[in-house]
Design a protein around this ligand. Structure first.
Ligand code: SF4
Length: 728
């Protein structure tokens, strides 16, 4: 087991004690009595000393190890000078884009530049560059050539190998190559950053730190003692002893129940590529699946020495979309920290080496991370300026990390992992009390008790042994795994305890609810509906049709109906008029025009009118992005002649899909009429209840909104959500 975060011997500078807030200027360093910083963190966000902001977490965790940490937030990147404001750090520079990828922060899904930035004082846009990690790294190198440079944050994390970049519409090299950083830390990086800081402080050169989980680096040669496995041949049967594919998942009931059929469809056994291009399923896959017993775990044959999986080179995935899909699949199959192996990808004559993911933090460690002396405020230099992202979370409490949902359009799992890391109930309650006692703006309302998902706290695989060997991409798709503990009564107890804190009037749940899990514990749904819904509850069915839902790895709309029935029943019992706000994605890979038309009809039947809609946003490294780029489905075995996925790439089709979501907007009617006629569905044009759009434009600019219409907003890009318009 790794050294607990709080068990390291402290660095000598611990004697300075914790800073009231981490310094952003020489004057603040002087006031603290520091002659220099040990570590300087550069970030694309404003510095908010709150555990929801990555730089604050990394800074405070390093400070707790005894290091002096300075912050350079949103520097002017046009010269190296702003990067020298705190002097030269004794140990290293850490560079991050901020809480979001800088391209997602700066551009809309239609590639239009945003004028605002929720992570900047007064919501001002333009305070960070495109591809912030690369730009900041270049300036740091110009300022101090010889200082170790470590990159991190979601931008670096999700661009750690060659990746499709939506904004330039091409496959880019690993960000390690373009930034020329010494080390990349991916995922929530507390373990790696603490370890690397202590090792650098002990005099170890950064070029020798090659064994840390959750890190990646560039090297010229592979270590001689590693056996290199070509990822495209993982399922090939060896001549002497049949090799069991490490991707044969024998832990889930679907494998055992599916047997050879599952193997043939790729649901269970995984044929990665068909190098010969024959299109035939791999013998090894089929054999292994036939032999699988229900929930019997098959160990990999003992391998002589360590091994590394070589995924196709940058130049190959750049020029060959099916190989890109294959590389994406391998990466996602190698994300369980308990069984993942290192990956290597060539970029020209250099190798990008990825160590396996970090071991998840224990509850004790996560409590320790969240209970550092954060001020929970923006840095004092921002004065009265308002930072929207901070305003949104200032009275919310993060209770866990990670997500086992595996939604393909989302990169949370790739960043935080599939294994849920939980805070303790006591630690969460202490944070609620701290908000009550320290925030002048607190009115008694906790705006959220959540995390990546509202209701995965304390949920996990029933068996640690099975979990350690499992390679499934989701614990809840295509159905809830029989090995998953879905009991949400601990969450009910947590909610009750939070509500009972003196001074707390209301505890809202604003994080996205996994409704397929919620219905497994009716007591949880009742508690939620009775006490924690402020009139509206956001949930994300994302679509109604099986085609796109199967590409998203989301449950069928029948589960939504089940949840809606429960929601209405308990709302009625509580004497409350409450509404669900469903979120949908237009133009997701695998969505046909007909799928969008059916979704629009469903919305109309349910009297729902979307205020805002989002088209699919291909974020780096997401599985859905691999579908978008390659036109292949990496959820199953990837073969040249295999399943094709419609990518919805053209602007006009993306516009049409978006228009279906806002079928009630007269501006969209001409486009929808034309499309419906082309689709042979002119019968949906008319003024009746069964029609989708009227035959003519209204005389006035806006059509009348029916009294019983339910407006809602839909958004899935990680930015603070816009509150739904109040019901008229
Ligand atoms: S619960 Fe999750 S980790 Fe456990 S076997 Fe099922 S899919 Fe794998």
């Amino acid at each position: 087991m790794p050294t607990p975060l709080f068990a390291y011997r402290k660095y000598w500078a611990e004697c300075f004690g914790p800073a009231p807030e981490l310094p952003m200027s020489r004057a603040e360093m002087d006031a603290l009595g520091w002659d220099s910083c040990d570590i300087i963190l550069v970030t694309g966000d404003a510095y908010v000393d709150h555990p929801s902001f990555g730089m604050a977490v990394v800074g405070r965790v390093l400070e707790a190890q005894g290091f002096r940490v300075g912050i350079i937030a949103q520097p002017d990147w046009t010269s190296a000078e702003p990067f020298t404001v705190l002097g030269k750090p004794n140990l290293f520079f850490g560079v991050a884009a901020g809480n979001m990828d800088s391209m997602i922060n700066r551009y809309t899904a239609d590639r239009k530049r945003r004028n605002d930035d929720a992570y900047t004082p007064d919501n001002v846009g333009g305070k960070r560059p495109d591809r912030a990690v690369i730009v900041y790294s270049q300036r740091v190198r110009e300022a101090y050539k010889d200082v170790p440079l470590i990159i991190g944050s979601i931008e670096a994390s999700l661009r750690r190998i060659a990746h499709y970049d939506y904004w330039s519409d091409k496959v880019r090299r690993s960000i390690l190559v373009d930034s020329r950083a010494d080390l990349l830390l991916y995922g929530n990086a507390e373990r790696a950053v603490v370890d690397v800081a202590h090792r650098l402080a002990a005099g170890e050169p950064i070029s020798q730190i090659r064994d840390l989980r959750g890190t990646a680096f560039v090297c010229k040669k592979l270590p001689a003692d590693y056996r290199v496995i070509d990822s495209t041949h993982l399922d090939v049967v060896g001549p002497v002893e049949p090799l069991l594919s490490p991707y044969v998942d024998t832990s889930g009931p679907s494998c055992a129940e599916g047997g050879p059929e599952a193997a043939a469809t790729g649901e269970c056994g995984v044929e990665l590529m068909d190098p010969a291009g024959t299109g035939a399923p791999s013998t090894a896959t089929a054999v292994a699946a036939v032999e699988a017993e229900p929930v019997t775990l098959l160990d990999r044959p003992r391998e002589a020495g360590p091994s590394v999986i070589r995924i196709p080179a940058y130049e190959q995935v750049r020029d060959d979309p099916p190989l890109y899909a294959h590389a994406s699949r391998i990466l996602h199959k190698e994300t369980n920290p308990h069984n993942a192996r290192p990956l290597v990808q060539a970029h020209g004559d250099r190798e990008v080496w990825l160590n396996p993911p970090p071991i998840p933090l224990s509850t004790e460690e996560l409590d320790w991370v969240f209970e550092q002396p954060y001020t929970r405020l923006p840095h004092s230099s921002y004065g009265e300026a308002r930072i929207p992202a901070y305003e949104m979370i200032r009275h919310s409490v993060n209770i866990m990390r990670g997500c086992f949902g595996g939604c393909t359009f989302c990169s949370i799992t790739e960043h935080e992992g599939r294994i849920i890391q939980n805070r303790s109930e006591d630690s969460i309650i202490r944070e609620v009390e701290r908000i009550r006692d320290t925030s002048k703006a607190f009115t008694g309302v906790i705006s959220d008790l959540g995390g990546p998902t509202a209701n995965m706290w304390r949920l996990a695989c029933k068996s640690e042994e099975i979990e350690a060997k499992c390679r499934k991409l989701s614990c809840v798709f295509p159905g809830i795994c029989k090995n998953l503990n879905t009991d949400q009564t601990p969450l009910v107890h947590l909610y009750r305890r939070a509500r009972a804190v003196p001074g707390v009037k209301k505890v809202l749940i604003a994080s996205g609810l996994r409704y397929d899990l919620a219905v497994e514990t009716p007591e949880y749904v009742e508690e939620l509906v009775r006490h924690h819904v402020g009139g509206y509850l956001k949930i994300a069915p994302e679509h109604t049709e099986d085609g796109p839902l199967s590409k998203m790895m989301k449950p069928g709309i029948g589960t939504y109906d089940r949840f809606e029935a429960m929601f209405n029943k308990y709302s009625q019992a509580a004497g409350k008029k409450q509404f669900l706000i469903p979120y949908f994605i237009a133009a997701h890979p695998g969505t046909s025009d007909e799928d969008m038309m059916n979704l629009a009809l469903w919305l109309k039947r349910h009297k729902l009118r979307a205020d805002q809609v989002q088209t699919f946003y291909p974020s780096p490294m997401a599985t859905a992005t691999a579908m978008y780029y390659s036109g292949r489905n990496p959820l199953h075995k990837v073969r040249r002649e295999g399943e094709q996925v419609s990518a919805v790439r053209g602007l006009s089709q993306r516009r049409l899909h978006k228009a279906f979501l806002r079928y009630h907007d007269p501006d969209n009617w001409p486009l929808l009429r034309t499309a419906l006629k082309k689709m042979g569905r002119a019968n949906l044009i008319g003024n009746g209840k069964v029609h989708l759009v009227p035959p003519r434009q209204p005389a006035k600019r806006h059509a009348r909104v029916p009294a019983d219409a339910r407006p809602f907003a839909t958004q899935h890009n990680g930015l603070p959500r816009n509150p739904a318009r109040r019901r008229r």
